[in-house]
Design a protein around this ligand. Structure first.
Ligand code: SF4
Length: 227
């Protein structure tokens, strides 16, 4: 078990510094060319891998190039065109609904406020934060996906369990100019070293400051149980 720094602010800053060293090119791994494609890709990525989303959207974005294209398609056609994506039937409906609202209420454009984005079907705060950050350069929150959720708890940055509550804690301790990169750094570290089922603490640059580091009787603070 490592020893975290004295305050959560110091712990967060140290985690960010070290992970920047480890993952200097850390960024979003979805492929998109404009805001609409970004929005669609992020909606499709819920409970699905970014790799799979990128495979499917390579063809999808050839066929659907505007909000009106999604609005005009049937849910069934959209579901077929995103086959291979988790929950493709539901997400086909989301894409049609998003296309309709964008056409009817936003002149076919992707809005730039949290409330307008979260009014779209299939768009929660996490998705909206990604679209605001990467589509509009507006950083007003921290994207908390499953990696950020798990690693923030393991590293002692929060004891909360729900993503919204975790985000509130993180906003208090992560330096504001790192809110966007924090997510990508933790995702990269989660994928490379600190996985949901296995954490390679022996190869981890955070081991000495991580309260979940595996050792005698150590507890995985993400689950609250012994490793
Ligand atoms: S790999 Fe181990 S030491 Fe590193 S962050 Fe995860 S639990 Fe902590």
């Amino acid at each position: 078990m490592g020893t975290p720094l004295d305050s959560r602010e110091e712990q967060a800053a140290e985690v960010v510094d070290r992970l920047h060293e480890e993952y200097p090119d850390s960024t979003i791994s979805l492929t998109y060319g404009d805001r609409l494609e970004l929005l669609v890709a992020v909606v499709l990525s819920a409970q699905c891998t970014d790799e799979r989303v990128n495979e499917v959207t390579a063809d999808l974005f050839e066929t659907y190039q505007s909000a009106a294209d999604y609005a005009a398609a049937s849910e069934e056609q959209l579901a077929e065109d995103i086959y291979g994506i988790t929950f493709h039937n539901n997400k086909g409906g989301y894409l049609k609904g998003i296309g309709e609202i964008l056409v009817e209420e936003h002149d076919g454009e992707v809005p730039d406020t949290m409330s307008e984005l979260t009014d779209l079907p299939g768009v929660g705060r996490k998705t909206a934060n990604v679209v605001l950050q990467h589509g509009h350069d507006i950083v007003e929150g921290i994207v908390v996906d499953t990696h950020v959720q798990r690693l923030s708890r393991r590293l002692g940055l929060t004891e909360e369990e729900r993503p919204e509550a975790i985000e509130d804690d993180l906003l208090d301790v992560v330096p504001e100019d790192e809110w966007q990169q924090f997510t990508h750094l933790l995702i990269d570290h989660g994928r490379a070293i600190c996985g949901a089922r296995s954490a390679d603490c022996g190869a981890c640059v955070l081991a000495d400051i991580c309260p979940s580091e595996q050792g005698d009787g150590a507890v995985d603070l993400a689950s609250g149980e012994a490793w």
